[in-house]
Design a protein around this ligand. Sequence first.
Ligand code: GLA
Length: 729
Amino acid sequence: MGIIYHEQEHIFKLDTPNTTYMIGLIDEERFIGHVYYGKRLRDTNLSFWKQQLMGPLPSRRNRERVSFMDAYPQEYPTHGIGDFRQSAFEVKTVSGHRAVGITYKSHQIYAGKPKLSGLPATFGNKEECTTLELLCVDQHLNLEVILSYTVFEHIDAITRNVKIRNQSKDSIMLTKALSLSFDLPDKGYEMITLHGSWARERQIERRKIGHGIQGVSSIRGESGHQEHPFIAIVSEHTTEELGEAYGVNFVYSGNFTAVAERSQFDLIRIQMGINPVEFEWELKEKEEFTTPEAVMVYSSQGIGTMTRTFHDLYRNHLIRGEYKDKKRPILINNWEATYFNFTTEKLLDIARNASKLGIEMLVMDDGWFGKRNNDDCALGDWVVNEEKLPGGLEYLVNEVNKLGMKFGIWFEPEMISPDSELYRKHPDWAIQIPGREPSQCRQQFVLDYSRKEVRDYIYQRISKILHSANIEYVKWDMNRPLCDLGSYALEAKNQGELSHRYVLGVYEVQEKLITEFPHLLLENCSGGGARFDPGMLYYSPQIWCSDDTDAVERLKIQRGTAMIYPISCIGAHVSDCPNHTVGRITPFETRGHVALAGTFGYELDVTKISKEDQEMIPKQVALYHKHNDLIRTGDYYRISSVLDDPCRDCYMIVAKDKSEALVTYVQVLARPNFQSYRIYLKGLDPDAMYSWEEMNLTQSGEAYMQAGIDITGLWGDYKSMLIHLIRVE
Ligand code: GLA
């Protein structure tokens, strides 16, 4: 059992294999304090820890209540009763007051992990998980707040979420309801976040945590290209292998906030949840609100271990469905090959050539429906354009299937073009404020997914298309953020619920889709990687990582993405050169090596590329088949990064049983008068012997890791190589 209540000390001790999290109840009032999070504790004198970490309590509590509230480390701080740091929970009552305060009432500890209704969440059975529910109350408001914690017995991860139940007769407005908060004594901590933009998502950034509030957020209605629902708190000297790292990640795909606040007494408060900007939720009598889940991972062995813990958690306890543990078909997508300019014949031409080279699936991207010949129109009109596709989908898909290939299709189901049949019929289905001209983005509006009739209509359109032919893959795209927030279906006082209701609506439709089509491979996408988050991973086992397919840019984007997300879910393709986003020309071989650290596929016109590049495809396909099991299931290690050294990038994947490893080395820029580069491998069994397949060399794991290996013989910029090590004894 990973959770024990120590009655005498009033401490809940939550243990994973290598970490401990402790919650303490403070004296007769039963405040819920945060005691400890870090390396697993063997010590049984828990009172010492409580006393040491929570500080002495003022003896004349009521006289100095504010000083107490404003200083003690809290588990779920509330607004307006004396803690002036960032709160996790705020309300507005019918009488207009905002203060709320919770104290412990009771708890239960049980094996397993409950589902979160309508929300994505990690899962685990009774052998794998133990859950603690702390029932807390605000007696004045008659509100119940249930703080839930689940520990994983075999993975160093703890998940949290909060339920709020209104037991009073009056309705109450929730104005902030975060999913996670805890306070750590500062040890000179720094913060790692992922920032970005379209075509350069999830770049790693590290900064010192100063006094006051710092963090990342989104109010775009999606997690976004720009900032990411993830923070790692690391000590100053933390490296890939050494030092403390606390990672928190949000299993949600809409507006978020993630902050670290350093207080006057040098406590660091870490918080994560739905962004209170653009959030309100009315709770009527007996109603309940459930926050999304937040994940916490602690590593005392550096950032690398934190990363691998997230990978294991998400591969085993978040990603679902038929493809969870399966190799994905190698696809060719026609977007960069043709953009909107294609016909059945053109697609079949691509498919015929691709199938001969070993490619296994054709994906038809944007432009197959309504009058969609550019991105100005037709979103919402999910009817096949038979001018482009004579014989419709059935003919095209049958022909593709005859080549031995699968067929996939693109949708953007959350959108509506002002120039569409759907908008002309249902202008009120778009999110907008009556009377105010809404802002367009890529000349489109967002559908109001808070409305059941909208969700049902769109779902029915998708379902009909999927039933009309043998379609085995869907790319679900979402190409603009939300603004002009207004729903024709919500009352004035409930307009603040739209952003969250929208996300719940998207989840509902995706759940329906994968339930009705359990064999479908779903890939989420959002203008590249604007919604690459654990929420979407619950529905689709892979997500398109970025519209930037340049191999060098991808090194940075995939590195940041793999900070948290397993390689098995990172959508990566070999595309044409000069690259359509940056104009860079990189060798076809390098593009292939970089795309192997992902789902792998192609995004080019295979009929137009050079003969040499064409000839390389079967070799890359063979590499994919040879290494994909290892890449999907192994442990990922960062070795060096083009962000730190513009000349090179290197990472490796080691099999769980350490029987083999694959190193990818990219010489980003050649350096004159340098005979070799030395890299030090990681994660191997030091006592085992490994043969380097491409060279005639057998060495111990220890030698590969401690003496390292020399990279020689790469001539020119953007050159790359794979090193495959196989354990021989
Ligand atoms: C987005 C996606 C691309 C492509 C286009 C189609 O930008 O990220 O891969 O599907 O939309 O419009």
